[in-house]
Design a protein around this ligand. Structure first.
Ligand code: FES
Length: 107
């Protein structure tokens, strides 16, 4: 993994503890960044069931993000569907924290 494979999303202190932070960067689908129990997680921001933004229309409970459009739930650690109507997992991104910022590794 080289430094150029890492994409900087935001400062660590920009991410609240109780809600995801939406990060939009040119050329990428929006990301949702979470700070839960001292660790950072990043998923795609768009629900896999519809076009809802999980950071804007989601409710974070522990490690689970609930989409308030139709109440589908995902685990932000794995992207797995916890509750339907969602059937497709949420894409998760490998996180690196360094120098006070949250980075992801691109595929
Ligand atoms: S758009 Fe998220 S559950 Fe339907």
């Amino acid at each position: 993994m080289t430094q150029s494979d890492l994409l900087r999303l935001c400062a660590t202190d920009a991410v609240p503890d109780d809600a995801p932070l939406k990060v939009e960067l040119p050329g990428h689908a929006p990301f949702a960044v979470y700070h839960i129990e001292g660790n950072y997680y990043v998923t795609d921001d768009t629900c896999t069931h519809g076009a809802a933004s999980l950071s804007e229309d989601g409710e974070l409970n522990g490690f689970q993000i609930e989409c308030t459009w139709h109440f589908g739930i995902f685990d932000v650690r794995t992207g797995e569907v916890v509750a339907r109507p969602c059937t497709e997992p949420l894409k998760i991104w490998p996180v690196t924290v360094q120098d006070g910022a949250v980075y992801i590794s691109l595929d």
